[in-house]
Ligand binder design. Structure first.
Ligand code: F6R
Length: 238
């Protein structure tokens, strides 16, 4: 595992984008795994500045809320469209997000898992970490070998994400998330972490026991993990 500690959140974006740019230059048909939330936004902004040819890039989002109407501005489909597809000039048909408005979300989850496999798997998966150690929406208790599926969001995660919605009660109760086993199959995991509020959970994930109580601890099982953290988030690392 390689760990880069940089002074600020924007710097995490620059360093992570530099890593991604090198991968994309060496493989123009890279399959990217993209995260939403606040942590990766500096990456997408910085990566846009590299002005790479992205025509062959495919991307898969980590997760999606279940039950938001199609086109809802806080659906991850819309967030990915704004922050990733448009910013990086990806082909819209090359970008996939789990279908959270499907009549059969379980089926949509299984189809998504198959689509990732059909694309040959993910080359580089961008990740953030939740305050409770969640990875994608794999909340504490998720099996370490779990696959893409429908899950309930914890109240803690719903509260953390309420900042994006008009009212906390508008945050959906369910999601479709790539599983921890699915994420571990990506060939390179790139975790970006910002802020003092993540320092304790980052230390637990990287140095504590590997346990479903801290889903991000599965990172310790992967042979190629890069962590980019700002100084505040890295404060409790050895
Ligand atoms: C987002 C996702 C989540 C976030 C995590 C951290 O697609 O899967 O696991 O990465 O909740 O969110 P931020 O970066 O907003 O603190």
């Amino acid at each position: 595992m390689e760990i880069f500690v940089v002074p600020t959140a924007p710097a995490t974006g620059s360093v992570a984008a530099g890593i991604l740019a090198a991968v994309i230059r060496s493989k123009p048909s890279t399959v990217l795994g993209v995260a939403t939330g606040g942590s990766p936004l500096p990456i997408y902004k910085a990566l846009a500045g590299h002005r790479l040819d992205m025509t062959l890039i495919r991307a898969f989002a980590l997760d999606e809320y279940v039950g938001l109407p199609a086109g809802h501005p806080e659906s991850y489909a819309e967030v990915v469209r704004r922050e990733v597809t448009e910013r990086l000039h990806l082909g819209p048909a090359n970008v996939a997000v789990p279908d959270g408005s499907a009549a059969d979300p379980e089926r949509a989850a299984a189809d998504y898992e198959a689509a990732i496999a059909g694309a040959g798997g993910i080359d580089v998966q961008i990740l953030g970490i939740g305050h409770n150690g969640h990875l994608a929406f794999n909340e504490p208790g998720s099996a370490l070998d779990s696959r893409t599926r429908v899950e309930m969001l914890t109240e803690r995660t719903r509260q953390a994400n309420a900042r994006y919605f008009t009212s906390p009660s508008d945050v959906p109760l369910r999601c479709i998330t790539q599983g921890l086993g699915t994420i571990l199959e990506a060939r390179h995991l790139l975790l970006v972490v910002n802020g003092a509020d993540k320092a304790g959970i980052l230390a637990d994930a990287l140095n504590g026991p590997v346990t479903p109580d801290c889903p991000a601890s599965v990172l310790q099982l992967h042979p190629h993990v890069t962590v980019v953290a700002d100084e505040a988030a890295a404060a409790q690392l050895p």
